[in-house]
Write a protein that binds this ligand. Structure first.
Ligand code: NAD
Length: 495
């Protein structure tokens, strides 16, 4: 751990180190408005150092020589250490991204389960004996790790999203270079300390800090990197996908969304109202799974919007480190401006703002960037506020008449990360679950995730899956082994 808590060093091969250039950058507390941490601004030399540490750890030494069961036990110990350090990690995360400490604590305590689950899987990654249709052959497959994996994470939930990558990737035997967002890097560096306490050998986890355009691209295209697992926005995702294709890297992409939360007249309206509010106002809407499009059946629209508005008005906004706070500030100035721009766009497009619609001043924190929970009614499906990811507390309400129309509106979008359905009709629940084009469909619930359930996008929301048994396959490759049991035959004929 860095000697001075405010100055963070990077971590590679078990050593803390400064950027070769000597340059740093600042992390600002989004509530208090002051610089609270200084980070190393990595360049390509630092990227090389981190990748070569990860590569050395993958090829030989304590990690490479561990049995799969021992690897699993290390992951289990990591889960224990996460629990031991959960409060400290949550405080750092909350300080950095402005999300309420109460939610961050719960999040981080939950992450231990990912390490327990994938720790348990580490020694169950079996190949198969294949009965090939050829005499004198014994054939089998082996499941092997890929090598050095690069994990790139966004600012909204750094440790959760890093864990979704690290836990399956490490269980499979890979090593990692992690690059957190330049806005929220501190908790990923603290994670290295937790790895050390769990007993991980040097070089298994390496963390470089800096800017996407400066080091993200050199990480993705680095010749010694086998796989990239990326969570972030559309623009960076496009760039990463292009580079990964050019350099033939395996890639998992978790991108944005514009998820519909669909409420039918036969739903329990109290439950639905809470689900709709949770989908868009929790975390100030800064989540990829935000239910940012409310599709509501015409006859209950007024009543539902009234109830959602009531919940939104009661949200306690304030200091994220205060245990009672439910909604914190917007994390970055750019994001704050972007949300306000979209509110303007909503007005210009002719949608009707029925709640919020402006920045909110908090007297104790004059520089903090809060935005009032905002609801636009009378939104048409092709308006920009109904099609583009805002990543803020702005709900676009679209009214529909019947199920067919709801499905059409819900699917008429380039994203497909998640969808919510609220109904009392079991048949409709199953029909909707089948027809919605989204990687996750929640029925009569919203914003639930778990280590056993695959998570990922349809369409432009990305590809590959995190969590569950599937995720580990994205960190493995299959080798086919043929053993000839007899004499070799005609050299000019394929066997
Ligand atoms: P971002 O795309 O700006 O940045 C994400 C990460 O990519 C950062 O670490 C950044 O430094 C890096 N990066 C930026 N440009 C890069 C480049 N050219 N090459 C390599 N790396 C680069 O996203 P953000 O603003 O930090 O996060 C918000 C976005 O993340 C939203 O769109 C949100 O929907 C998405 N997100 C998706 C999920 C999911 O699981 N699908 C989860 C959370 C957030």
């Amino acid at each position: 751990m860095p000697s001075n808590q405010q100055l963070y060093l990077m971590y590679a091969g078990g050593q803390w180190f400064e950027a070769a250039s000597g340059q740093t950058f600042d992390s600002v507390d989004p509530y208090r408005g002051h610089i609270w941490a200084r980070l190393q601004r990595a360049g390509t030399e630092d990227v090389d150092r981190a990748v070569s540490s990860a590569s050395a750890a993958f090829r030989s030494g304590d990690w490479a020589n561990l049995t799969a069961s021992m690897r699993g036990r290390l992951l289990t110990r990591l889960g224990d250490e996460i629990l031991r350090n959960a409060d400290e990690l949550a405080t750092i995360e909350s300080r950095d991204n402005g999300k309420p400490l109460s939610e961050m604590r719960a999040h981080i305590r939950e992450l231990a389960k990912w390490y327990y689950y994938y720790g348990g899987l580490a020694d169950k990654l079996e190949g198969a004996v294949v009965p090939v249709d050829k005499p004198d052959m014994f054939t089998f497959t082996r499941k092997e790790p890929l090598g050095v994996c690069v994990a790139i994470t966004p600012w909204n939930s750094p440790l959760m999203l890093a864990t979704w990558k690290l836990a399956p990737g490490l269980a499979a035997g890979n090593t990692f270079v992690l690059k957190p967002s330049e806005f929220t890097s501190a908790s990923s560096l603290e994670l290295c300390r937790v790895f050390e306490a769990a007993g991980f050998p040097p070089g298994v986890l390496n963390v470089v800090t800096g800017f996407g355009t400066e080091i993200g691209e050199s990480l993705v295209s680095h010749p010694d990197v086998a796989k990239v697992t990326f969570t972030g926005g559309d623009a960076a995702g496009d760039r990463v996908a292009a580079l990964a294709a050019k350099h033939r890297k395996r890639l998992t992409l978790e991108l944005g969304g514009k998820s519909p939360n669909i409420v039918f007249a036969d739903a329990n309206l109290d439950n639905a109202a809470r689900g709709v509010a949770a989908g868009i106002f929790a975390a100030a809407g800064q989540t990829c799974i935000a239910g940012s499009r409310l599709l509501v059946q015409e006859e209950i629209a007024e009543e539902l919007l009234e109830r959602v508005g009531e919940i939104a008005r009661s949200a306690r906004m304030g200091d994220p480190l205060d245990g009672d706070t439910q909604v914190g500030p917007i994390t970055t100035p750019a994001q704050f401006n972007k949300i306000l721009e979209y509110i303007d766009i909503g007005h210009q497009e002719g949608a009707k703002c029925i709640l919020g619609g402006a920045a909110k001043a908090i007297p104790d924190a004059p520089t903090a960037r809060f935005i009032e929970p905002t609801i636009f009614d009378a939104v048409l499906p092709d308006m920009r506020i109904a099609q583009e990811e805002i990543f803020g507390p702005v709900l676009a309400a679209i009214r529909f008449q019947g199920e067919e129309e709801a499905v059409g509106i819900a699917n008429n979008i380039r994203y497909g990360l998640a969808a919510g359905v609220w109904t009392g009709d079991i048949g409709r629940a199953f029909r909707m679950a089948e027809r919605l084009q989204a990687g996750t469909v929640w029925v009569n619930t919203y914003r639930a995730a778990g280590f056993q359930m695959p998570f990922g996008g349809y369409k432009k929301s990305g590809y590959g899956r995190e969590n569950g048994l599937e995720a580990i396959n994205d960190f493995l490759q299959t080798k086919s082994v043929w053993i000839g049991l007899g004499d070799t035959s005609d050299p000019f004929r394929m066997r």
